[in-house]
Design a protein around this ligand. Structure first.
Ligand SMILES: Nc1ncnc2c1ncn2[C@@H]1O[C@H](COP(=O)(O)OP(=O)(O)OP(=O)(O)O)[C@@H](O)[C@H]1O
Ligand SMILES: [Mg+2]
Length: 366
């Protein structure tokens, strides 16, 4: 655990970059520092590995004041990733990644083997290992940067806007990759960004800072979206707050109607049903679309049924946002629930969805 205990940083010249910051970064979680430019994110991060020392208060690593640990020893346990990756331009990719293990005295072959393993872990082909950084794309360079930070298997990882120099598509895949790695590695990560969407996607907890280095709010993403502490946080969170909140609401407890589905073999007998819409299901249990029983042809083959478009969600796995999306894609206004293998489990009606939406966003309206 990393603890900021009343931490202040006043630079020579008088700028107060961080002002009486108090917060805890729990072990094995991702804590994101987010806020506008100049709010003290980088300064806060660098006080953890002593690239900057506080002028007031203390930063504790597992209860020990970091200023009592000499920087090289401290940094052995702390990986550091920055924007543009910060790779050594004259060293090959594999040697960049092997840098810290080599400094720790690992024998060359072992360090190289570790580097190759890490390159694979971050999704890079072995063939790239012998290139120089300038021969890689921006996204590939960032992956090398992450691999290099992980090389000595440090328990703590500091990441300062590591993905902000790449395009949105590459950025999204780097974020997914980080979450996948973290599920395995469970590092204590402090991640700095000025992008609130990135913060909400990656953070177990998000610290919103305001200029002057003051903490505006520290909460889990769902709580932040539902209950911003003040107007500054609300504005910083931006538009679509209500919709984005739905990404954090589970769908597992939505009531399912199983009487609104009909197998294609029995479609003809559905003609008398009072329901305006039924979900048509094939012989394998997979959805085919919506049919309106009243407008079914009097005779004909299943091919004549012409089911209407539909949307599905995986119940329990996908959030309420996916249920809303599935409902919006269906003329019936209902969402089809499927299991992990794509088989229909039932239907969540618009009425049931409305009730769940009202419950989910109740807190956010205040
Ligand atoms: N070495 C320094 N000497 C004097 N002032 C500094 C120094 N480094 C940073 N500052 C000032 O401290 C404040 C916080 O800077 P910091 O780099 O921590 O902000 P940041 O939140 O990381 O911003 P950005 O999003 O632009 O990276 C700014 O006003 C900055 O100008
Ligand atoms: Mg910064």
């Amino acid at each position: 655990m990393i603890t900021f205990d009343g931490v202040t940083k006043r630079y020579a010249g008088g700028t107060v970059a961080v002002d009486d910051l108090g917060l805890e970064v729990p072990t094995g979680e991702i804590t994101v520092f987010v806020g506008p430019s100049g709010c003290g994110k980088t300064t806060s991060l660098r006080m953890i590995n002593r690239m900057v020392d506080p002028t007031g208060g203390r930063v504790l690593l597992d209860g020990v004041d970091v200023t009592t640990i000499d920087p090289p020893t401290l940094r052995r346990g702390i990986g550091y990733v920055i924007q543009q990756a910060g790779l050594f331009p004259h060293r090959k990719v594999v040697d960049n990644v092997a840098t810290v293990p080599r400094l720790l005295g690992w024998e060359r072959r072992r360090a190289r083997a570790r580097a190759m393993e890490l390159l694979e872990r971050v999704g890079l082909e072995a063939a790239l290992a012998d290139r120089y950084p300038f021969q890689l794309s921006g996204g590939q360079q960032q992956r090398v940067g992450v691999a290099r930070a992980l090389a000595a298997d440090p328990p703590v990882l500091l990441m300062d806007e590591p993905f902000s120099a790449v395009d949105p598509v590459v950025r999204a895949s780097l974020q997914d990759e980080l979450l996948r790695l973290q599920a395995e590695l469970r590092k204590t990560i402090v991640f700095v960004t000025h992008d609130i969407d990135e913060a909400i996607k990656l953070g177990d907890r998000v610290a919103v800072l305001r200029v002057g280095g003051r903490l505006a709010q520290l909460d889990a993403p769902a709580r932040l979206l539902a209950e911003p502490a003040d107007d500054f946080v609300r504005e910083f969170l931006g538009r679509d707050r209500g919709i984005r909140l739905l990404s954090f609401v589970p769908s597992g407890d939505l009531p399912l109607r199983t009487d609104l589905t009909v197998p294609v073999s029995a479609a003809a007998s559905a003609r008398g049903t009072a329901e305006p819409w039924l979900a048509l299901v094939d012989d394998g249990g997979r959805p085919l679309g919506w049919i309106a029983p009243r407008s079914l042809p009097d005779s004909g083959t299943p091919a004549d049924l012409r089911p209407e478009p539909y949307g599905t969600f995986v119940r329990g796995r996908d959030p309420l946002r996916s249920v809303l999306d599935a409902a919006l894609l269906s003329p019936s206004g209902h969402a089809i629930a499927v299991d992990e293998s794509g088989r229909v489990e039932g239907v969540v009606t618009r009425e049931a969805l409305d009730a769940a939406l009202a419950r989910a966003t109740g807190d956010a309206r205040g």
